[in-house]
Each structure stands twice: as structure tokens, then as C-alpha cells.
Design a binder for this molecule. Structure first.
Ligand code: PEP
Ligand code: MG
Length: 597
């Protein structure tokens, strides 16, 4: 039989939100849409009892599946990821809810599927009214449980825990429990039409190091299982049926990326510039699944643990014991260099709490340390957990969003009181260094007084740029005003470094600026010797910094400090870096001044 000629498929491009880095060229596994058509059927009286039994059996099956998922999540992702499934299991054990569904079946003589849908729609309607993005997205938990019951009723297996071959998962909306059930070894990437940065699916994908792009609107209805697809998790670009030119471009990029990693995969310790200056590279982490990267990429300890991620899978406060165990685990990965635990940076653009939901200006609101100082019990619990964990592992504590030295004094007083209390109770605790995050302009302007009362400073450049330039870091519409190399940013960093020198305390940079090689050269030239970044960025940073000299970096930084416009700094950095180290920086990895852009 002659082969049917294959149609040449036209390349299609989508731009989504990149939520987990990595470049993948692979084949699609299309997950059928969850929005199935549920039809209402009216039962004969004689069939009503059987229908309620069918409902109960489906709920039992769903519960068993969820228990297995929960255990796997705890084993492979860490205990805090298991909690979301506890919430799902609790929903299935909610007697009132199940009684209501059963009563509906009896009263309306409805099929079980329809009764489940009616109950779920009612709850989802309540969630849809919630203003806070984070909490509203928790409605997806209800959808998740509902889909699982509906699948159990239809006898369908919803799991993708054993994939036959490597695949890029393409779904309309991929629910968190489905991610936790995935065959991680064979999942190359996850792309979804729905979703946002704070959705559980994105959080889990990032933690697992699976490249992911979300917010693709209608990609799902254009793909078939087996289609060729390119997913660029760092830019959010997705190409379906890529043509030869696109494929070649991305294949080269993928080779360069993996070559860069393999050069230095097993390196660890400080990196030295060509003139022998040691630079310490540390890791920023949020989730247990990222911890392996700390060792794998040779980080010298954990420079920033964003502890608010303990809330990522829950809405209530993690207990002191749960926190203590989490901090001990982080500390173990930090090893002898230790781990810096940041007090909860809740609110603002971060994980929110119900209380801050109605704030008109959450980024200027009751967030980070301010939240802790208002909710003193939350702060005390966390401080106690850190002090107790420090009995076992080496930890430091950093205060987020310090406005001035009075915030430091208030926090230090609480820390001292909790230390005294632990001692009085005969509880074991360890000594910790205490630092302040410098990310608000008022803290920069008064940094001398802060530096005199802490053990170290940590520059959070993401927020520093946001507040110095009054540019919302998450708002696409003003992205062109978010200028990391703005003279105001460089002057501020310089001021902070001068104060730390005077006080003789270390300063590290832990915003995204620290993980970007071109910016890191400028930071080095300004005087920075410690950088903390996402673990997977460390190898590239190590290979770049090992090939530059501090003398060159200082010359460039001094020139930068003379500029009065961000455009000029960017043009200068671009010109100098490509002139001095053309082989190290591709044109895409250098900043472009608006005058050239
Ligand atoms: C920063 O602001 O630069 C920082 C490191 O913290 P986050 O990104 O969590 O605000
Ligand atoms: Mg910050």
C-alpha cells in the first residue's frame, strides 16, 4: 500500500508566561480537556439506590488515589507539598458535602455525575468572587477533586504516572495533583493555556526543574499528540511544527546551554577571577525539589531561602515544628557554609494572606517584616523555629523589607526575647547571624546606621529597582522603565557597599541581577564578592567570572558610575563586554540601551 503523503504543517508561534526555565524540543502529549460535557439524566426510582452506591464507590477510589499521590508528594517533593493533597482528601471526607450530593441524587433522581457537578459549581461560584488572585486560584483545588471523582465515576484513569516516551505535556489547565502524579523522568516540559506565576502547577514545575510556559490561551486546541514542539521556558516562546530554520536556531541554543553546564558541572567552592579575586556563589531556593541543585551546581551554601514558600501549598500558618524541620532540611543542604533563612516575605506581589487582600497598594502595604511586626505571634513562632533549627545546622536569619534601623531594633528585640525564653524553657537552640535586606530606598539612604547593628547585608535588587524607580516589577506595561542598570541603582549599590566596608560586615546580592552574568561583572567592579542565585544559573556564572579580571570589571563599573542615564550605562556595558570578552557574551545576553533597541 502506498504511503499517504504527509501535509507540510505550517509553523505556529505562541507567546506565554515563562514560569520555569529550560529549552526543550520534543513531541506533544495532549491531555484531553477537563471541561467534559456532563449530561443530566433522570433515573428510575429503582435505580436511585444503586446510583448513590456508585457515588460512594467513586469517592472511595478517588480517596485511595489521593492518598497514594499524597505519599508520593511527601516523598519526592517535600512535606509542604503534601499538604495540598491533605486538603483534597479532606474535601472527599467532608460528610456534609457528600450528604448534599447524595440528597440531590435522591431528591432530583439525578445521575451522580450531574449531582457532583452541581455541588462543585456552587462552591466554585463562591471562589470566583474572591478578589485575591492567590486565594481565587485555590478554586482549582475544587476543580481538581471534582475531576477526579468524575473520572472515577466513568472508570477512566486520569494519571500520567507511566509515560511510554519522553513528552511535552500540553493541557488546557493541568492541575497540581496531575503534576504530582506525573512520570517526572519522561516529562520534558509542561505547557498550559491557563495558569499564572502563583498557581500550584507553576510552583511545582519550577521546583521540579521541569520547563514550563503557561497562559498560552488557545494552544491546546491546535495540538495533537505526537506533534513537534519547541518550548523555551526562559522566554515563554512556544513553536508548534517548527520549520527547519527555527529548529536549527533552537538546536544550537540547546547545545550551547548544555555545553555551558557540562564544562563546570562538578565544580564547587569559590570561583576566582583571572587576577585571583575570590567570588562566592550561593543558591536562592524555595522548594525541597530544588535543594539537590545546591549540591549539584556547587553552591557555597544557601544565600536566600524564601521561607514564605512554606505557605505555597496552604493558607494557614505552618506550625513551629513543621518550620523547624523545614529549616533543618534547608540547613543540611547549606552544609558548613550554612543557609540564610529570610523571615516570611508575605504580601505585596508575593504569596498573600486574606488580610492583605483588600489593600489598595499591597506592594506598599502590610508586607514582609511589617506583617511580622503587626502579627507578633507569627514572627515569634518563626524566630523560635529558626533558633531551634540552628541547634542542628548552621543558619542565619535575614529581615526582609527593612525600612530603617528601627525595624531592625524591633525585630532584634523579639529575637532576643525568644532566645531567652528558649533558654528558660531548657530548649536547645543555636546562635545565628542576623542580617537585613536592603531593598527600600530609605534603607539605602540610612544604610550606615543599619550596618552598625547587623551581622550582614543582603541586597534584594528586584525590589530595590522596583522601589527606587517606582516601577511595579510585575507590570508588563511599565517593563521598559524597569532598568536594572539605572544610575540610581548603581549609586545605591555603591553606597551600600561603602557602608558594609565601614562596618566590616559582608554584603551579598540576591536579586535576579546577581544571576545574570553581564550584570554580575558590573557588581564585581562595584565591589560585590558574594552572589546568590537560582542554583542552575551557577555553572554559567562560574564559567564567565573565571575568565574575567577584576581590574577590567572595576574599569567598567567606574565608567558606569559616571553615566547619568540608564541608556548610557547599558550601551557602555554592551560595548565593553563584547569588546573585552566577545566569546563569553552572546549579543542576547547583553543589555541593550533604548537608543539602540
Ligand atoms: C529581591 O527583592 O531582590 C529579592 C531577592 O527578594 P524577592 O525577589 O523574593 O522579593
Ligand atoms: Mg524582595
Amino acid at each position: 500500500m502506498s504511503e499517504i503523503p504527509r501535509l507540510k504543517l505550517r509553523e505556529k508561534h505562541w507567546q506565554g508566561v515563562s514560569v520555569s526555565d529550560g529549552l526543550i524540543i520534543g513531541k506533544v502529549l495532549r491531555i484531553p480537556s477537563g471541561t467534559r460535557n456532563i449530561l443530566r439524566t433522570t433515573l428510575l426510582d429503582a435505580d436511585v439506590e444503586r446510583e448513590t452506591r456508585r457515588l460512594k464507590a467513586a469517592v472511595r477510589l478517588a480517596r485511595m488515589q489521593l492518598l497514594a499521590i499524597r505519599n508520593r508528594a511527601e516523598r519526592e517533593l517535600g512535606i509542604e507539598h503534601a499538604y495540598i493533597f491533605d486538603a483534597h482528601i479532606l474535601m472527599l471526607e467532608d460528610k456534609k458535602l457528600l450528604d448534599d450530593v447524595e440528597a440531590y441524587i435522591r431528591r432530583e433522581r439525578s445521575n451522580a455525575e450531574w449531582a457532583v457537578k452541581v455541588a462543585a459549581d456552587k462552591i466554585l461560584g463562591i471562589y470566583a468572587e474572591i478578589k485575591d488572585d492567590y486565594l481565587r486560584q485555590r478554586g482549582s483545588d475544587i476543580e481538581d477533586v471534582t475531576r477526579r471523582i468524575l473520572a472515577a465515576l466513568s472508570g477512566e484513569d486520569p494519571a500520567y504516572s507511566k509515560l511510554e516516551e519522553d513528552a511535552v505535556i500540553v493541557a488546557e489547565d493541568f492541575l497540581p495533583s496531575a503534576v504530582a502524579e506525573l512520570d517526572f523522568r519522561r516529562t520534558l516540559a509542561i505547557v498550559t493555556d491557563a495558569g499564572g506565576w502563583t498557581s500550584h502547577t507553576s510552583i511545582l514545575a519550577r521546583g521540579l526543574g521541569i520547563p514550563a510556559v503557561v497562559g498560552l490561551r488557545d494552544l491546546h486546541r491546535h495540538v495533537k499528540t505526537g506533534d513537534e514542539i519547541i518550548v523555551d521556558g526562559s522566554t515563554g516562546d512556544v513553536y508548534l511544527h517548527p520549520n527547519a530554520a527555527t529548529l536549527n536556531r533552537y538546536k544550537t541554543a540547546a547545545t550551547v546551554a548544555s555545553a555551558n553546564v557540562s564544562i563546570v558541572d562538578d565544580a564547587s567552592g569559590a570561583v576566582s577571577t583571572t587576577d585571583g579575586i575570590k567570588i562566592i556563589l550561593q543558591a536562592n531556593v524555595e522548594l525541597p525539589a530544588e535543594y539537590d541543585g545546591v549540591l549539584k551546581y556547587g553552591a557555597m551554601g544557601i544565600g536566600l531561602y524564601r521561607s514564605e514558600f512554606l505557605f505555597a501549598q496552604r493558607v494557614d500558618l505552618p506550625s513551629e515544628e513543621l518550620q523547624r524541620a523545614a529549616y533543618v532540611e534547608v540547613g543540611k543542604f547549606g552544609g558548613e557554609k550554612g543557609a540564610t533563612i529570610r523571615l516570611f516575605d508575605l504580601g505585596g506581589d508575593k504569596i498573600g494572606l486574606a488580610e492583605t487582600e483588600t489593600e489598595r497598594n499591597p506592594v506598599l502595604g502590610l508586607r514582609a517584616l511589617r506583617f511580622g511586626l503587626r502579627h507578633i505571634d507569627v514572627l515569634r513562632t518563626q524566630v523560635r523555629a529558626i533558633l531551634r533549627a540552628a541547634a542542628e545546622v548552621k543558619l542565619s536569619l535575614v529581615l526582609p523589607m527593612v525600612s530603617d534601623v528601627s525595624d531592625v531594633r524591633r525585630a532584634r528585640k523579639i529575637i532576643d526575647e525568644e532566645r531567652t525564653r528558649l533558654a528558660a524553657d531548657g530548649q536547645q537552640y543555636g546562635e545565628i547571624k542576623i542580617g537585613a535586606m536592603i531593598e527600600i530606598p530609605s534603607a539605602v539612604m540610612t544604610v550606615g546606621s543599619i550596618a552598625a547593628e547587623v551581622d550582614f547585608l543582603s541586597l534584594g535588587t528586584n525590589d530595590l529597582v522596583q522601589y527606587l524607580l517606582a516601577v511595579d516589577r510585575g507590570n508588563e506595561a511599565v517593563a521598559e522603565w524597569f532598568r536594572t542598570l539605572h544610575p540610581a541603582v548603581l549609586q545605591s549599590i555603591s553606597q551600600v557597599l561603602a557602608a558594609s566596608k565601614l562596618a566590616d560586615i559582608p554584603v551579598s546580592v540576591c536579586g535576579e541581577m546577581a544571576g545574570t552574568p553581564a550584570y554580575a561583572v558590573v557588581l564585581l567592579g562595584l565591589g560585590v564578592r558574594r552572589l546568590s542565585m537560582t542554583p542552575s544559573l551557577i555553572p554559567r556564572m562560574r564559567s564567565v567570572l573565571g575568565k574575567i579580571s577584576l581590574t577590567d570589571a572595576e574599569q567598567i563599573a567606574n565608567e558606569c558610575l559616571r553615566c547619568v542615564e540608564a541608556d548610557d550605562v547599558e550601551d557602555l556595558v554592551r560595548a565593553e563586554l563584547s569588546k573585552r570578552w566577545g566569546a563569553l557574551f552572546t549579543s542576547k545576553s547583553l543589555p541593550i540601551g533604548r537608543s539602540k533597541g
